[in-house]
Unconditional design. Structure first.
Length: 250
């Protein structure tokens, strides 16, 4: 992926990693469109960061995705990058059948949302110049955090789907990237922004942008802190890492 000369749409970019990436790419001279559900927040971010564009989108709603596609592509016919960032992470107690409501919300947002985005945007991007699709999985796709089972499962599904997507789109110009974050100091989970186990957001963004710049043909964007999860099964540390994750909360 090139770091300049892009027009990027990032649904889920009103805070955290998504907003951080949006601002990093904008600083490099790219055109950036952020997406989110809250109109007032989008308007505030556009006012605070001149040059950003914003489009209302709820990635859990198929009709909202369709409307956003029409708006983004009409305003920005040179769109060439989609980063499917939006996601939620919530704890679940599997002793209680009430976990199902959380699981359904998580699957709708974290799995169906990105798939619906891809279905809407891939035909358009296949005709773009230097097109890129970036999915966002997690280190927890490779070793689960037992307190968030549906989150882990959706991210494992995103990883697997991305592998297939890359193979199937090999006959198109679209580059398929997978961003695999570790725990990062954001508000994804309560207390995560202050967690000593999480990577400071700006440090994470520094490393991500460096990887994109120095490894433009990489399939996965892996910062150092996610390696213990990404390669746990391959290096034989999976049981120990799972035990560690079972004993602490982020």
């Amino acid at each position: 992926m090139k770091t300049t000369g892009n027009t990027l749409f990032i649904p889920g970019a009103t805070s955290g990693i998504g907003l951080g990436l949006a601002l990093r790419f904008q600083a490099l001279g790219n055109t950036v469109i952020i997406g989110g559900r809250r109109t007032e927040l989008l308007e505030r971010l556009v006012a605070e960061h001149p040059g950003l564009d914003a489009v209302e989108i709820d990635t859990s709603d198929a009709a909202s995705i369709a409307r956003a596609f029409d708006t983004v592509t009409s305003r920005h016919p040179d769109l060439n990058v989609l980063i499917a960032m939006a996601g939620i992470m919530q704890p679940e107690d599997l002793h209680d059948p009430g976990f199902l409501a959380t699981a359904e919300r998580t699957i709708t947002t974290n799995l169906l949302g990105p798939l619906r985005l891809l279905a809407a945007f891939i035909p358009f991007l296949s005709r773009a110049k230097d097109p890129v699709v970036m999915t966002v999985s997690s280190g927890l796709a490779f070793v689960p955090l037992p307190s968030t089972p549906s989150y882990n499962a959706t991210k494992a599904a995103i990883h697997s789907f991305t592998e297939s997507l890359r193979v199937q789109l090999a006959d198109t110009p679209i580059q398929v990237l997978e961003l695999v974050p570790p725990a990062v100091r954001t508000d994804l989970m309560p207390g995560q922004a202050e967690s000593p186990h999480a990577v400071p957001l700006e440090d994470f963004l520094d490393e991500v942008m460096s990887i994109i710049e120095t490894q433009p043909d990489a399939d996965e964007i892996l910062v150092k802190a996610v390696g213990f999860l990404r390669f746990a099964e391959a290096n034989g540390s999976y049981p120990q890492v799972l035990a560690n994750l079972s004993g602490r909360a982020l």
